[in-house]
Design a protein around this ligand. Sequence first.
Ligand code: BGC
Length: 725
Amino acid sequence: MNFFKISWAILLCIAISTSSFAQINTSTEKKIDSLISLMTLQEKIGMIHASGAFTSGGVKRLGIPELVMSDGPSGVRREIGNFWEYYRKPRPGYLDSSTYLPVGMCLAATWNPILGYAYGKVLGSEANFRGKDVILGPSVNIIRTPLNGRNFEYQSEDPYLSGKISVEYIKGVQDQGVSASVKHFAANNQEVDRRTINVEMSERALREIYLPAFKAAVVEGNVNTVMGAYNKLRGQHASHNEYLNNKILKGEWGFKGLVMSDWEAANNTLEALLYGLDIEMGVEIDLGTDPTKYNKYVLADTSVVPLVKSGKVPESVIDDKVRRILRVMYKTRVIEGNRPQGAYNTLEHQQIALKVAEEGIVLLKNTNNILPLNKSKIKSIAVIGANADRKNALGGGSSQVKAFYEITPLQGIKTIAKDKIAINFTEGYRIERTPTANTDSLIKEAVKLASSADVAIVFGGWTNKNTDTDRLFLDAETNDKPNMDMPFGQDKLIAAVLKANPKTIIVLLGGGAIDITQWEEKASGIIESWYSGMEGGNALAKIIFGEVNPSGKLPVTFPRKLEDSPAHKLGEYPGNGNTVHYKDDIYVGYRYFDTYKVKPQFAFGHGLSYTTFRYNNIKTRKIAPDKVEVTMSITNTGKIAGAEVVQLYIKDEKSSLPRPYKELKSFQKVFLKDGESKHLTFLLNSDAFSYYDDRNGKWVVEPGIFELLIGSASDDIRLKHKFSL
Ligand code: BGC
């Protein structure tokens, strides 16, 4: 095990980010005022809408450049022309590749905020190198249904975990002098009808589930920019939603940065002006390939000037938008121009991609310790399944990355096996929208290979390819998955291979839960590998052969069946074409499975290790009326080094409003050598005990008995302790 050999120096410590808007001192605010006073109305309006596919306007005369943006969220995206032209023909010689990091779900599965920071640092550094001012990430929408085509890009079903990872991601980006853009604000939890759907939910669900990760990004992460969502919330488009932008974001949370729309998400000039949208972005807006199209935007001259001239909208409204843009520009030195140079395609960046994959891949099942494989005892491995040798960087939609390289699982396995183990590959199934292959003959070939090998590894799960020629709507923007079933005949293949060789390991790829009930009981080893970036194949192979001890934990519940998932059981999905009611309310993810006593396939927080941990010695100490210190010890009781994610949940014994059975309120990832013990301290403040009382519109902590539930997964609680507040 070289678990501890990884140089942590390359990952940096979490720097205390000082980059809040408080730094914008009065002299900068004065500079901003005087710049605004020099601008004509037209020049101001030129700054509040797109000037290109990924730029918003500047004012050349006054030395204000365009603001240059890039997707996001797991690599700096390829260069794109004003009509998405790279899809057809990448321009030769363009610097358009980047480090391809594991997707958001894999990052969240590390449960390691230090890696969130390192990840953001890679993005910030490469953004600098490529001349980008803003990275369009992190994506923090709550994973409400397993079907959402963009789940892979998001982080979790739990707002606390999403917030903790994303805050460090944002600091990582912004400490490089680049802006992050937390997206999509808010309630964008499905791709079906995403541009038009109206989301209705209780105030409590909004406050407890759908907003906290955004709030953390603003209040703790000091994020510079926020991207509004396509959908409507309570009847008004999110990108110019008075309640979301004016009341909550800029009012309650005191956000001083800028709000941009999602691409083509501004729909109404008056609302966009008055309800908090600062920059309208887009490419396709019904204007086709008209090169002057940007002047015809919702927030451009033609629409805005008459409203200001007629006095319907005071010019100060435009000034406020320009002021916010300039604030972000000064904060990130877009105006002065002396930005760090950044770095590109470095070993350090690749090592971070590797580390995130190593810590994010989750060992779901390991009966009779079928894993890790012993290199010196195995002579042959049958690697089965098209996903084993598929590259994923260019899939998924706007989050696609042109990777410098991408190691597939097959390559990773071959690298470790060298010439000592015979590795034979067969595709097993074809990834195609309309089946053309003879599935039976592919399965027959796979069975033949598996029965003559010492071990078989089958790669199944989702796929995210989404280009013009190969439109498969599984893990992909603009569409949700049709169901949770394994695609391309994988169930049949896996069942047949398991029968042919019981020493078969199943590796799942993709953006989360998939129905594996047809063969799960027969499988001894199951791994969730997500889309784990350019080094994903190496990370996975290291886990399979025990060079890395797995430490990833699920950031989402895997239900057994789609019907078991709360959005489908209690709620509505995808709505009636106009509106979707989130009747599942606050019972999202494990909050539902716990409270309603539904057994999932794999629980939130689940993930196995090759070693074992003992939890003991829990104590609590009240340090203020609603502040509690919790201490405990943890010991690695196995024979190898490993890392455990200690998860702390709070259960409120009695409350005036019903609450979920338990909620995640803290966690720590602890690295322990074999036999080593560590003493852990958790500090809980009122946030850990409060809930949103929508009768009074307030967060409340009700006195009474609370129970601490500390464990290795939401369904594997090792320590319990009651105390009263
Ligand atoms: C996506 C955003 C993305 C934008 C620009 C939109 O379709 O929803 O996440 O940043 O496109 O590519």
